[in-house]
Design a protein around this ligand. Sequence first.
Ligand code: AMP
Length: 310
Amino acid sequence: MSLLVIGTVAFDAIETPFGKTDKILGGAATFISLSSSYFTKKVNIVSVVGGDFPQENIQLLKSHGVDTEGLQVLENEKTFFWSGKYHIDMNTRDTLETQLNVLEKFNPAIPENYQNCEFLMLGNLAPAIQKQVINNLKQRPKLIVMDTMNFWMEIALDELKETMQLVDVLSINDEEARLLSKEYSLVKAAQKILTMGPKFLIIKKGEHGALLFNKKEVFFAPALPLEDVFDPTGAGDSFAGGFIGHLAASKDISFENMKRAIIFGSAMASFCVEKFGTEKLQHLTHSDIEHRVQDFIDLVQFDIELDIES
Ligand code: AMP
């Protein structure tokens, strides 16, 4: 089933305790598209770049089967740029610079071919643009998943709340869940956020895994303990790509299947952090992914007999 992905296609400059990069390929929609391309062959992207964006990066997306008809190139403008620096724990980071550039004028036109998409992934982007995409679709997709970040909570909270009303699943990290709900307990935060629009909430906790909530149930998936985390940039987006990619491929949006999707998402995130930027996501095989998912199963599987005597 076809998946429409929107979000930034960007240049990132990253600094971690292990090294530093100049401008490399990044952006929420880039990570999401690459990650989801391992699950479904019908990935369509709507985004914008400037004239400075290398053709080879567009080729890279195409080589993964991603349809780039909806990727606008504004020849006289510059591509969105983000730079960030990770702390020694690799779980927290500071944004050093965000240059919106092409995003300031972005009008997300949806190509006719993308109109009947059944799954929509609203990657991190200005919430007003995310809303515009929903409104520009003639038919509501079967499932809308939204990602966002503290940056938009700080500068565009009203628009963010409006967009949240229109989506099925919201995916944010623990810090953002606390910021949005003004609750420290993640259980209380989830309860509050689930009254704000989405029916499902994913709270990502970096190296401590991810939680999936609906109003009645909760599911937890660990993160794989990795010996070396090289660069966490894009982990959340790779997670989102695996999550929605699995749902789109299996066409099943039940809570039970979302649990599996969370594991696929976690597996994709675990690959992403092993190299800088999109490097690792570029060369995976289906067998790599199957082995990684098996690692997750082995990590949490145990037998227990519940006959505790009173
Ligand atoms: P993640 O590490 O999954 O949160 O995503 C990192 C990606 O998000 C980077 O590749 C950035 O280009 C992109 N990004 C950073 N800040 C923003 C922003 N304010 N809006 C949209 N995308 C962003």
